[in-house]
Design a protein around this ligand. Structure first.
Ligand code: MF3
Ligand code: CO
Ligand code: CO
Length: 274
């Protein structure tokens, strides 16, 4: 059973399993938070280069976020001590910024979540470091296509499973594997809320999408069919066989006739090359 709850923009919201339905004021808040996430990723474009440390990129994300009147939602979230996640090559998600330097040929996901005036804008993009082999670039391209095919299914009356079905179909047509261990999520005043948005599913299943729903779509697609394992640090998720993994993420809101993508790049830099 799916429970929806219409919420006022300033109402305290609980992680009680209900799917929140928001009004125009909340859309305005999410538009601003989402835009800031996108602008932060735009500003990273020229900085993800060989030799830079992922900690330096995290410092940039923190400063950019604070300078724009927001707070990185990941900072202090369940003990996480950084302003973004940076996931290189075989890291599937939640890579922790460190003194490691990027090298020519790396593919890198940077995932930012500014919390602006109480609203979360959650988005990630892939970045190509220097010369990236065709095989890796293809994975990145197809992963972006998967995200946008999922976004294309986000409309009132459709089911959340339609999103996963579109993503899975495209990934598997390219002989890639869809990560099952992590999913998209409801978002808004809360960072991670109901519903779960899975990236592999049967069409016509799952909760119906209703105007006013906010959630992320964030497919992780692997070059192989390898299982995912968690490293000792409790955060870093990797492919067990070290095969490459890619991810893109948008935050969307369901409207009367489709969806609004809150995290689109104002500069059109939604995917590489930037
Ligand atoms: N931004 C991530 C997501 O897309 C969550 C990161 S939580 C952290 O849901 F603690 F790992 F940073
Ligand atoms: Co997310
Ligand atoms: Co994210």
């Amino acid at each position: 059973m799916t429970n929806y709850q219409t919420v006022a923009p300033d109402e305290t919201q609980l992680r009680d399993g209900t799917i929140k339905l928001h009004g125009p004021e909340a859309f305005a808040g999410m538009r601003r938070a989402g835009r800031l996430a996108a602008e932060n990723l735009d500003a990273l474009a020229g900085r993800v280069v060989p030799g830079v440390t992922t900690q330096a990129l995290d410092d940039f994300v923190r400063e950019f976020t604070l300078d724009n009147g927001a707070v990185p939602a990941t900072l202090g979230y369940r003990g996480y001590a950084h302003s973004c996640c940076i996931s290189i090559n075989h890291v599937v998600c939640h890579g922790i910024p460190s003194e490691r330097t990027l090298k020519d040929g790396d593919i890198v996901n940077i995932d930012v979540t500014p919390l602006l005036d109480g609203w979360h804008g959650d988005s990630s993009r892939m970045f190509l470091v220097g010369d990236v082999p065709l095989k890796a670039r293809r994975l990145v391209d197809v992963t972006y296509e998967c995200l946008m095919l999922g976004v294309g299914q986000a409309k009132p009356g459709a089911r959340l499973g339609d999103i996963g079905a579109a993503i899975q179909r495209h990934a598997e047509a390219n002989r890639y594997g869809v990560v099952r261990e992590f999913c998209g999520h409801g978002v808004g005043r809360l960072f991670h809320d109901a519903p779960e948005v899975v990236h592999a599913a049967k069409a016509g299943t799952g909760p119906e999408m209703v105007p006013g729903m906010f959630f992320t779509i964030e497919p992780m697609i692997n070059l192989g069919k390898s299982p995912v394992k968690l490293l000792e640090d409790g955060w870093t998720a990797v492919t067990r066989d070290r095969s490459l993994s890619a991810q893109f993420e948008h935050t969307v809101g369901i409207t009367e006739d489709g969806c609004e993508v809150f995290t689109l790049s104002p500069k059109g830099l939604d995917k590489p090359p930037y």
